[in-house]
Design a protein around this ligand. Structure first.
Ligand code: PXG
Length: 448
């Protein structure tokens, strides 16, 4: 620590912030007015200067069971003492098999195998690679095109960046993967503004996949990847019927369908996975974040049994899929995951999110007449409140909202451009929903 002060603080605060190049952060602005966190308990963060900040973001869509869960901390500690690390290639730990079974149990029937990695980005890249390899093994190696969607976010690997559709995340990184195409975003403010849940308009946009099939030829397309609710771009729920239609078209043409559920998994939309909410069975589901409540890095892909079986051929001593990570199914992450799933089950948190959804939606919609609010979108325990840009251009008002929330109103929100995203832990009380909405109203007025 660089703090040379003779008075010991309970938290060491560095006096030099230069060395850490922060991810997805406006570094210079941050280092002038840092937002430093020292602790977290239940629905709150505690700042290094001792303030309690209500968490309207579940950290970053991660901590669905709230913070400081003792059961998870204890499980991690116990695991670290018993077995700190084990090689995941050619060796295994019981907890990895148990966690895979528990996750597969939560997923829709048919999605039976789990491949572990360490983040959502790795999960997206893993799913895309499995899709390519699957077709290769199936004698359809010509199927190597990947289709994403405008405004989609699938992490920051080259695969995920390529199928992703947020221009700022793409434009600095060259040509990315070749053979990638994108569906249109499902968002149309004129037709959908202030929709609660899935907008009525927009299912037909899935038919655009037929256009891409006609353009490229079905037998060149490996997979389509979409978020059931586009989170990072500012909360865009799928239109009613859209995902079903995507499933019908992909099935018709032998194209795999991947749901990126890094955000929507583990209760965010009131179900274990959004696939269940929408009654659609994809070929793969990616997950991360909520699987460990954010307490340890972990991601993964849940795969259809038919896909797994396709790989399980050939001589038994040969590795079936040349893919994996040094930290796949890391013991500490597995321990955290198992403890987290126990909490979700015992506290019925997915059901709780489902029950709270209408109240949450009504409460957030009450902000519609606040200044500069041009749209509010809600689904599950998530909402996007879109503000019009200010005179300094897109993103400035949103950034000011984030700063104002943290420094002046003791609330943590996420922002995407000028959209404030609310995505609180699923343990939130009705009173805390009210508190968050009141604080957001103050922020919106402050940045008007
Ligand atoms: N897929 C989806 C759908 C995501 O939301 C990733 C993949 C990548 O996960 P990792 O673990 O590699 O970061 C994500 C991540 C935001 C925000 O502010 C959202 C994410 C990441 C950072 C910020 O909405 N989602």
């Amino acid at each position: 620590m660089l703090d040379k002060s003779p008075n010991q603080r309970s938290v060491n605060v560095p006096n030099d912030l230069a060395a850490f190049w922060m991810p997805f952060t406006a570094n210079r602005a941050f280092k002038k007015a840092p937002r430093l966190l020292a602790g977290a308990r239940d629905m709150h963060y505690i700042t290094t200067d001792g303030r309690e900040v209500i968490d309207a973001a579940a950290g970053m869509w991660c901590s669905n069971a709230g913070h400081g869960r003792k059961e998870i901390a204890a499980a991690i500690g116990k695991q670290a003492e018993a077995l700190d690390y084990a090689p995941p290639f050619q060796f295994g730990i019981p907890q990895a098999f148990e966690l895979a079974s528990r996750i597969a149990e939560l997923a829709p029937k048919g999605l039976e195998q789990v491949f572990f990695c360490n983040s959502g980005s790795e999960a997206a890249d893993t799913a895309l690679k499995i899709a390519l390899a699957y077709h290769q093994i199936n004698g359809q190696g010509g199927r190597c095109r990947l289709i994403g969607r405008e405004r989609g976010y699938h992490g920051v690997g080259f695969g995920g960046t390529s199928v992703g559709g947020i221009v700022g995340n793409r434009k600095m990184f060259g040509t990315l993967l070749t053979g990638v195409d994108h569906l249109q975003s499902t968002y149309n403010r004129d037709k959908q503004a202030f929709s609660k849940g899935e907008p009525e308009w927009g299912a037909d946009l899935a038919d655009e996949l037929e256009r891409l099939v006609n353009l490229h030829g079905a037998n060149t397309i490996a997979a389509v990847i979409v978020e059931p609710m586009a989170g990072s771009t500012g909360v865009i729920p799928a239109p009613k019927g859209y995902l079903k239609r995507l499933r019908e078209i992909t099935q018709k043409h032998g194209i795999l369908l991947i749901f990126d559920e890094v955000i929507t998994g583990f209760g965010r939309l009131g179900f274990a996975f959004a696939a269940e909410r929408y009654g659609v069975l994809p070929d793969m589901i990616t997950f991360a974040k909520g699987v460990t409540n954010g307490a340890a890095p972990m991601g993964g892909v849940i795969v259809r049994d038919t896909i797994y079986e396709t790989f399980m051929t050939g001589p038994e001593h040969v590795i079936e899929l040349c893919h994996g990570y040094t930290y796949s199914a890391h013991p500490l992450a597995c321990a955290a995951g198992l403890a987290t799933l126990d909490i979700y089950r015992d506290e019925k948190l997915f059901e709780r999110a489902n029950k709270l959804e209408p109240k949450f939606a009504d409460a957030v919609m009450s902000l519609r007449n606040e200044p500069n609010v041009v749209d509010i979108r809600t689904v599950g325990l998530t909402a996007g409140i879109e503000l019009s840009p200010n005179k300094d251009g897109p993103g400035k008002r949103g950034f000011e909202a984030l700063q104002n929330g943290f420094h002046d109103n003791d609330i943590m929100v996420r922002v995407a451009g000028d959209t404030i995203a609310l995505t609180p832990p699923l343990i939130i009380s009705e009173a805390q929903i009210g508190e968050i909405v009141e604080k957001v109203a103050k922020i919106i007025r402050a940045v008007a």
